[in-house]
Design a protein around this ligand. Structure first.
Ligand code: OVM
Length: 401
């Protein structure tokens, strides 16, 4: 036996299915079990190792040398299986191939580049809030705000046309399901794959994009030789895939948090400058992106457990974001805490490149609401929608005062 194997710790096995509907709808009990079991747990159902503690999730996220993305960040291992789409040059790539796409998009989505959007987004948010409040004091905040706002402001900023935007949420739902196992959530949408992918691909061409948006700037980077012409449309696709559902469900999480924590809403009204940190706290508390996988590049040990080369590890971002070993009262939504270091946007090399865009959307919407609404509460049972990766919503009935 080699020294490493002698010292290897045999991890506990869990037969649980993290992608079963009941777990997706209410993941916290499984997260607690996995966190308490060990730093690494073997999931027999999928033959993968899983990390649910903050320390190990954080460490794996920042160690791209041992935990690669190029073999896919879902359960499918691109070494053996073909992806359902052309791999993303950003998400499903490692250095050095990942670096040029990352550099280009980081520049396009950096805070200085977003400054010109702030004013417009705040006007649109005011309009949406006025519209919703003019109708009734009770409405579905999921459709009225969480869906409507990103679908308008983000897609306008990206530069796609107004027609066919109803395809994007079904497309995103499909893409985020595809990171999980090939379960019923994947098969039930399979009949729309060609249609939805075809529509999205058509939006990524230079001709489909307005000339002053994020999309056009990606193509301009290709003209300058900073990207290849093969990469450019795939990076527009990244924005359409990663930039819509994530913010829709992140904003919904935030509205749900305030509807169920009236004292935090009072705090936000008193100090609207807390809007951004409140959004990050909601991202920590709910983790709209629940999981991602990596693939071990070599045999590697995590807390003494051997992860064999080329096998998958599942990182529970949502579990790490509520690990009591890292967070004080982790289950509390508290906008006065410092949520920085949460892994809801990932960490390290692949950390969410659109996080400044998401925060700007949240800030515009929350401050518009906080100006008019003194109190908000649930007007009925909110409904979640199961997705293999996203903590998703179907409805969020609110009553506002
Ligand atoms: C991409 C991509 C797609 C989905 C999610 C994501 C959260 C990125 O195509 O690059 O990051």
């Amino acid at each position: 036996m080699t020294k490493a194997l002698e010292r290897a710790v045999v991890p506990p096995t869990s037969h649980a299915d993290p992608f079963a509907h009941d777990v997706l709808l209410d993941p916290e009990p499984l997260h607690q079990d996995l966190r308490e079991a060990a730093p690494v747990v073997y999931l027999s159902r999928y033959d993968v190792h899983a990390l649910a503690r903050y320390e190990q999730v954080h460490a794996a996220l920042i160690d791209w040398q041992h935990f690669e993305s190029g073999s896919g960040v879902g359960l499918a291992n691109f070494r053996h299986e073909k992806s359902w789409r052309q791999p993303s040059p950003l998400l499903e790539a490692d250095p050095p191939r990942h670096d040029a796409p990352r550099r280009v998009l980081r520049e396009i989505l950096a805070p200085p580049a977003l400054r010109r959007l702030r004013e417009t987004w705040s006007v649109v948010a005011d309009e949406l809030v006025d519209q919703a409040l003019a109708g009734s004091t009770e409405f579905d905040a999921f459709t009225a705000f969480a869906e409507a706002f990103p679908l308008r402001v983000f897609l306008d900023a990206l530069g796609i046309g107004p027609d066919g935007r109803e395809n994007l949420l079904p497309y995103g739902n499909m893409a985020f399901n595809a990171f999980g196992p090939h379960n019923d959530l994947v098969t039930s949408d399979a009949h729309r794959l060609a249609e939805l992918s075809g529509w999205v691909t058509a939006q990524c061409t230079r001709e489909a994009l307005r000339e002053d948006g994020f999309g056009a700037r990606i193509w301009a980077a290709a003209d300058r030789g900073e990207l290849t012409y093969e990469q450019a449309p795939l990076m527009v696709r990244s924005l359409l895939t990663a930039g819509v559902d994530t913010t829709v469900h992140g904003l919904a999480a935030c509205l749900y948090a305030f509807a169920t924590h009236p004292e935090e809403w009072q705090r936000l009204r008193e100090r609207p400058e807390l809007a951004r940190v409140a959004f990050d706290e909601a991202v920590r508390w709910q983790s709209p992106v629940q999981t991602f996988f990596r693939t071990a590049t070599t045999d590697v040990t995590v807390a003494g457990t051997l992860i064999p080369a080329h096998t998958k590890i599942l990182m529970f971002l949502g579990a790490a974001n509520r690990d009591p070993a890292h967070w004080h009262h982790p289950d509390r939504f508290d906008i006065t805490r410092d949520p920085s270091g949460h892994v809801g946007f990932g960490m390290g090399l692949h950390q969410c490149i659109g996080q400044h865009v998401a925060r700007l959307e949240a800030e515009a919407l929350l401050t518009a609401l906080a100006r008019r609404v003194t109190r908000l509460e649930l007007a009925g049972t909110p409904h979640r929608h199961p997705n293999n990766t996203l903590r998703s919503w179907a409805s969020l009935p609110l009553r506002v005062h």
